[in-house]
Design a protein around this ligand. Structure first.
Ligand code: HEC
Length: 374
């Protein structure tokens, strides 16, 4: 029950499976290059130079063990998420009765990802797309492995260990002191939880400094959200600029298929007239199989993104070109950022002070909030 409540509060999105289309790879060429070197020195002796594995990998050898399988996409490796692949590399197969050694003392988490990038580069598009369908946002997966990666905090700190039990797989920040003795603040996907020193109790809510009238939780959120939001490149956003002198700018995580995003978009001209710039950050709420994904890809691939956005949001007529310009990366980055700053649904707006508005709010309300001095 507790776990359910937590999951409701913190799990963001159901990734809905659907159409499939060729997609960009999650890794960079540099990663593949680095991975190739690591692969050659650690893996090639068994999985062979191009990850093609042993010919008769389906048959046990004379010791009753399976020989090294192909990991070039022709066997089962593509059934696994990055996390599972990374765990296999970290822990090996010996514990499970296999023969693959553990690499946890030899390569760290980053190198593990590099090696995965290398052998995934051997997967053809069809296999990769099938894999991506099961793992729509590979970059989001947390990989823990290796000697340089400190698992210590995660393993021994009871404040984190107990939270992790009910929220497996979540990134939980290092606990920070609060003014309340014995109460620590941790950040989980843009939200805050307070835990006791022994990790036995946790509470969700706003911590208020009554003496000074400050909402400490909000203050913390704001402090962390602003730099994160700034880190998203302007070039990757679609900006509807303020008319005349800009008084304020807001960032909105949006999906062109969401009705309330469309409703809000109709009011964007009011904001512009009032001196407020509106910056759209893509948040494909259904992952890369979601209803708005293709459309957003077209918007982000258009030469005139504002025009395309107006079409996608239904305020002007026209046809959207099919887009495949590598903007997958941008949509993914928007999604990943959204999860970090606590987006739970679309639209979610961030005001210049870093505070968040969930869902549709009339433009007029926003204008009042951002253009009037308190
Ligand atoms: C000593 C031989 C050996 C070495 C070295 C080795 N592997 Fe393996 N690997 C195996 C065998 C054998 C299996 C099948 C499971 C088992 O027996 O442990 C396997 C399984 C795997 C799997 C799971 C495949 C699937 O279909 O589920 C992955 C992924 C993998 N290895 C990656 C690597 C990577 C990456 C490296 C180098 C960092 C590596 N292996 C090094 C022998 C090896």
């Amino acid at each position: 029950m507790i776990r359910k409540t937590f999951l409701l509060l913190f799990s963001g999105y159901l990734l809905v499976p659907g159409l499939s289309f060729a997609a960009a790879r999650w890794y960079s060429d540099d990663q593949v290059t680095r991975g190739a070197g690591l692969y050659a020195s650690h893996c090639a002796e068994c999985h062979k130079t191009n990850a093609e594995g042993t010919e008769n990998w389906r048959k046990k050898d004379s010791n009753g063990k399976y020989p090294p399988p192909p990991i070039n996409g022709t066997a089962h490796a593509w059934h696994h998420s990055i996390k599972v692949l990374a765990n296999t590399i970290r822990d090996g197969g010996i514990k499970l009765g296999g023969v693959m050694p553990a690499f946890k003392d030899k390569i760290d988490a980053r190198q593990t990802l590099d090696v995965i990038a290398f052998f995934q580069s051997k997967w053809d598009d069809k296999v990769y797309s099938a894999w991506l369908e099961r793992n729509p946002f590979p970059q989001q997966e947390k990989v823990s492995a290796g000697k340089n990666v400190s698992d210590k905090k995660t393993i021994t700190d009871p404040r984190i260990v107990n939270l992790q039990k009910i929220l497996p797989g979540s990134a939980i920040s290092t606990p920070e002191k609060t003014p309340v003795n014995g109460l620590y603040q941790v950040r989980i996907g843009g939200k805050y939880v307070y835990v006791t020193e022994n990790g036995e109790y946790a509470l969700i809510g706003n911590l208020l400094d009554l003496k000074n009238g400050i909402n400490l939780t909000r203050q913390a959120q704001v402090r962390e959200n602003i730099p994160l939001l700034r880190s998203f490149p302007e070039n990757d956003s679609v900006i509807f600029r303020a008319e005349g002198k800009e008084k304020a700018a807001i960032s909105i995580f949006s999906d062109t298929s969401c009705p309330y995003c469309k409703k809000f978009h109709k009011e964007v001209p009011h904001l512009q007239k009032a001196g407020v710039s509106v910056r759209y950050i893509p948040f494909p709420r259904g992952g890369n199989k979601g209803p708005g994904y293709k459309e957003m890809l077209s918007v982000w691939c258009s030469e005139d993104r504002n025009k395309a956005m107006n079409i996608a949001m239904g305020v002007s007529k026209g046809k959207l070109e099919n887009g495949s310009c590598g903007a997958d990366k941008v949509l993914r980055a928007g999604f990943v950022l959204g999860k970090k700053v606590g987006v739970q649904g679309t639209p979610t707006s961030y005001l210049p002070d870093g505070s968040l508005i969930s869902g549709y709010v009339p433009a007029q309300k926003i204008i009042e909030r951002v253009t009037q001095k308190k």
